[in-house]
Design a protein around this ligand. Structure first.
Ligand code: EPU
Length: 421
């Protein structure tokens, strides 16, 4: 891979910030929105609820939430998307009650939301699971009250959902053991720009003083750390040299550090970085995924695909999700030598790979298939690409621009699979 790639806005910030507009008492404009199917889905969900949502241009959305006339989000679209759980916090904050459909399955182990519900209960709502598929949260007095919440596990979703509900609660909420991902800071910055009072986002203690009114703003979403990390892995895996533009180098430190350990040269600029893997042979390395600022689980499959290209034994330790190795059997189809033992994947890198039909078993798994396919002299067919399109804007065009021979072909049945965030 050689050339330059421009990174889009962060998916995991966008899927929280768009529902956060529900809390606002005036219209908002959100810039640097990634053009991905998850954003289309959450936008359509807001429209179904009565919001006026329209694209101003390729990367900006106008959202007027003032006509939202329901606190009920039980539709087929809602159940297709994992991040629909942010509707719970946003609707609770706006109306004091919420009824939201939850996604049925999960694709990398158990994905509980007990910490979200614990937070809502602490704020004064009663929560219950209805028919095994709908979460109902009701605050009888209609007013949530600030409180002290200690999260038992570091959860991105629970941290953001509690921030949403607490933004309009009466008094101060303190979240201890909060997640620190860049998108948590982005959501706090967005809420604060509307007049919320949130301090400490990016540390493990977040303090939220509820306010009565949130005014409209124009806000720009941070760059996507994981999209950037994916292109960095692809450049290293093909021993290429690319410049990754429109990023925040600090958000990529854990990925850059591992690439440097392998012998890749990383040069940081203000809003870009250069990944140069052309010089020395790369060295094997181990990674262990951790909440931010640790190595991100969402870049684990792509990094594993890179490690296949390096002779020697590399060990991946997935420490966030119970089962995020479904992609391994697809890489094995391509000739990879990888064995999974519980949370560990042991990669014997450097063995010759061959083209094979493979499947994107989820979003990042699909990205890993691309990183693997780029290493193979032959044509790899990746199916279920709708998963990739959930989170990567113009993935084909962007890879083509840095030298990949990649094109999109449609097969009947591609869209029949359930989409899960
Ligand atoms: N957990 C609980 N209880 C909860 C919530 C989480 O036990 O109430 C556990 C989970 O089972 C998991 C760990 O805590 O083992 C972390 O889960 P977290 O809540 O942080 O994950 P999430 O908010 O559901 C977001 C991203 C994921 C990303 C994780 C971790 C969105 C929409 N999703 O999920 O992104 O893997 O944080 O960083 O923001 C992706 O983009 O490919 C993706 C899956």
């Amino acid at each position: 891979m050689f050339g330059e790639v421009n990174i889009s806005g962060a998916k995991n910030a966008a899927v929280a910030i768009i529902p956060a507009v529900i809390l606002c008492d005036e219209p908002c404009q959100i810039d640097n929105i990634p053009n991905i199917s998850d954003v289309s889905l959450i936008s359509r969900i807001l429209q179904q609820m009565g919001a006026n949502v329209r694209r101003i241009n390729k990367s900006s959305l106008y959202i007027d939430p003032t006509h939202i006339n329901t606190c009920n989000a039980v539709t087929e679209l809602v159940s297709r998307m994992r991040a629909s759980y942010y509707l719970l916090g946003a609707l609770l904050g706006r109306c004091g009650k919420a009824k939201v459909a939850l996604p049925g399955g999960c694709n990398f182990g158990v994905r509980p939301i007990d910490q979200h519900l614990k937070g809502f209960e602490a704020l004064g709502a009663k929560t219950q699971l209805v028919d095994g598929a709908i979460i109902e949260a009701v605050c009888e007095s209609g007013q949530l009250f600030g409180t002290h919440i200690y999260l038992d596990v570091v959860s991105v979703g629970a941290t953001m959902n509690i921030m949403l509900a607490a933004s309009k609660a009466k008094g101060q909420t303190i979240i201890e053991n909060a997640a620190k991902e860049p998108h948590i800071v982005d959501l706090a910055n967005f809420l604060n720009s509307m007049g919320a009072d949130i301090r400490g986002a990016g540390t493990d203690v977040i303090k939220i003083r509820g306010v009565g009114y949130l005014h409209g703003v124009t806000y720009s979403i941070i760059p996507d750390q994981i999209e950037a990390g994916t292109y960095m892995c692809a450049a290293a895996a093909t021993r290429g040299c690319i410049t990754v533009n429109n990023i925040t180098p600090k958000h990529l430190e854990s990925i850059s550090a591992k690439l440097r350990e392998m012998g890749v040269k990383i040069t940081e600029y203000d809003e870009a970085l250069k990944v140069d893997a052309t010089a020395a042979p790369l060295k094997r390395c181990n990674i262990k995924t951790m909440p931010h600022p640790g190595f991100p689980t969402d870049c684990q499959p792509q990094f594993a695909a890179l490690l296949m290209s390096v002779p020697g034994t590399s060990i991946v330790n997935e420490n966030v999700w119970d089962n995020r190795y479904q992609y391994v059997r697809e890489l094995i189809r391509m000739g990879a030598h990888i064995s999974v033992e519980g949370r560990l994947a042991i990669i014997e890198g450097g063995s010759p790979l061959t083209a094979a039909p493979v499947k994107a078993t989820d979003l990042r798994a699909g990205a890993a298939m691309i990183v693997a396919a780029l290493q193979i002299n032959g044509t790899t067919e990746i199916s279920s690409i709708q998963y990739i399109e959930r989170g990567y804007e113009n993935v084909v065009e962007k890879f083509r621009a840095i030298g990949a021979d990649i094109k999109k072909v449609y097969f009947t049945g591609d869209n029949e699979e359930e989409l899960r965030a």
